[in-house]
Write a protein that binds this ligand. Structure first.
Ligand code: NAD
Length: 474
């Protein structure tokens, strides 16, 4: 398969190409066409023409509602085909790839249902005035997504942006552009107005920068790493372009002494090993009450060692990392943990087989000052730390520059909720890591970024408010 550009309703394969690799085997499985500055310009101009034509905002808003419900149906029709491609290019288990397309369809249903409910308000100014607000799209919105959930993350911002009436240019991630191409093919087949959604592929430094620096771009949604987010914000600052930043994390779960061990272990399995740990909201640190630490460490080790490891198409529990570079990074960070004095009770190294597999890794004897306790690992590695008092646990959990998610486990509702209240993160999970859904607002504090995706709050990012103040001639 070739990941092509989709511009103004037409597919194009003009440009140089690079290979797309299957991280489970290291073999090439497709190609991606790289968009240069000229191609990006065409895509932005197509979005701008669509915006100015009023194709999305001219008809009654119920038009966008029905368009988006058609899109949700079209996504479901390509789920099997798209899931296999996404599984092969990203390495993730086939059932998770299917889940990502299902989630994509849900975003279009959820935000489609809001498209005809974006109302303004009237503001009383006394009998001589009539004043109201209108919520309107920014115009051309540029979206840049990473490779770890290319379909789900693209769908979450495309759906909210489209419901708000924006015309969008999205840049696919160069390492995993194929599944997103299938998604956009499905949207294109649902009578999408030409230019409403445009897709370009390519490297961040070329295609991505050309897109976010384009003078017609009026709004940016970026999901990815902190250094890239910072670079994009510098560029956005030049033209004062409003931006949503969904960046990394170093999230902690707190396990109180009365927590149910099976519940915690199930959450560790999803929190740490889902998508091989390549999740911005991964459970990266687990702070465990001293009285439960050894028993829990043993149970987590047993679960980690029982994980079935394999190629995504076999639908195993643990799959490869996205690339050789990513594997090197994760392994080096794990080695630094050992040098710093942590103990790997299981794992700690790459797996000697084709593809980019890392052992499921659990560290004990971790101190808060170690790199493995401070830096985002983005691999299947967990650090266990001990605490004695709740205050100590909260201080350790909040001792990070990030603030994406956090978690608390325990049966005593008062203590558990009081702990949750003190955690400085955009979303706090209680007794289930990754509780929530497309309906629940998601986003960070600190280095994890700002703005919210998912839930009703996301629409606020994609809309701007115009106030109309009328002096009545009485
Ligand atoms: P990355 O920042 O390297 O790349 C993300 C995207 O940005 C890619 O499409 C890339 O091509 C593009 N890009 C790179 N440089 C650019 C530039 N100068 N201008 C414009 N675009 C540019 O991140 P990654 O390695 O692909 O993804 C992993 C990171 O993403 C992790 O830090 C992870 O935590 C974060 N992430 C955050 C969320 C969230 O919702 N908060 C979700 C998933 C991933």
């Amino acid at each position: 398969m070739i990941a092509r550009h989709f511009i103004g309703g037409r597919w194009s394969d003009a440009g140089a190409r690079i290979e797309v690799e299957d991280p489970g085997t290291g073999e090439a499985i497709g190609e991606v066409v790289l968009a240069d500055g000229e191609t990006v310009d065409e895509a932005v101009m197509a979005a701008d023409a669509c915006h100015r034509s009023g194709a999305l905002t001219g008809p009654r808003p119920a038009y966008r509602l029905s368009l988006m419900l058609r899109m949700a149906g079209a996504i479901r029709e390509v789920t099997e085909q798209g899931a296999e491609i996404l599984c092969r290019e990203s390495g993730k288990p086939l059932s998770d790839a299917r889940g990502e397309f299902e989630e994509a369809a849900r975003y279009f249903e959820y935000y489609g249902g809001m498209a005809d409910k974006l109302e303004g308000r009237s503001i009383p100014l006394g009998e001589n005035y009539f004043d109201w607000t209108v919520r309107e799209p920014h115009g051309v919105s540029a979206h840049v997504v990473p490779w770890n959930f290319p379909v789900g993350l693209a769908a979450r911002s495309l759906a909210a942006g489209l419901a708000a009436g924006n015309c969008i240019v999205i840049k696919s991630p160069e390492l995993a552009p194929l599944g997103l191409t299938v998604l956009v093919e499905a949207l294109a087949n649902a009578d999408l107005p030409a230019g409403a959604i445009n897709l370009v592929s390519g490297y961040g430094r070329e295609t991505g920068e050309a897109l976010i620096r384009h003078p017609m771009v009026r709004h940016i949604v970026f999901t990815g790493s902190v250094p890239t987010g910072r670079a994009i914000l510098h560029a956005a600052a030049e033209r004062i372009v409003p931006s949503v930043m969904e960046l990394g994390g170093k999230s902690a779960g707190i396990v109180h002494a009365d927590a149910d061990i099976d519940t915690v272990v199930a959450s560790v399995e999803s929190g740490v090993f889902f998508n091989a740990g390549q999740v911005c909201s991964a459970m990266s640190r687990l702070l465990v009450h001293d009285s439960l630490h050894d028993e829990l460490a043993h149970a987590i080790r047993q679960r980690a060692e029982a994980l079935r490891i394999g190629h995504g198409l076999e639908d195993p529990d643990l799959t490869p990392l996205i690339s050789a570079d990513q594997l090197d990074r994760v392994e080096q960070l794990c080695s630094s943990g050992l040098r710093d004095g942590a103990t790997a009770i299981t794992g700690g190294q790459r797996i000697d087989r084709a593809g980019h597999f890392m052992q499921p890794t659990v560290f004990t004897d971790v101190r808060a000052s170690m790199a493995i306790a401070k830096e985002e690992i983005f691999g299947p590695a967990l650090s266990l730390l001990r605490f004695r008092t709740t205050d100590e646990a909260v201080a350790m959990a909040n001792d990070t520059d990030y603030g994406l998610v956090a978690g608390v486990f325990g049966r005593d509702l008062d203590r558990t909720l009081d702990t949750a209240r003190q955690l400085d993160a955009g979303q706090v999970f209680v007794n289930e890591w990754f509780a929530g859904g497309v309906e629940t607002p998601f986003g960070g504090t600190g280095l994890s970024g700002y703005g919210r995706e998912k839930g009703l709050e996301a629409l606020d990012n994609h809309l701007r408010t115009r106030n109309i103040a009328v002096r009545l001639n009485r």
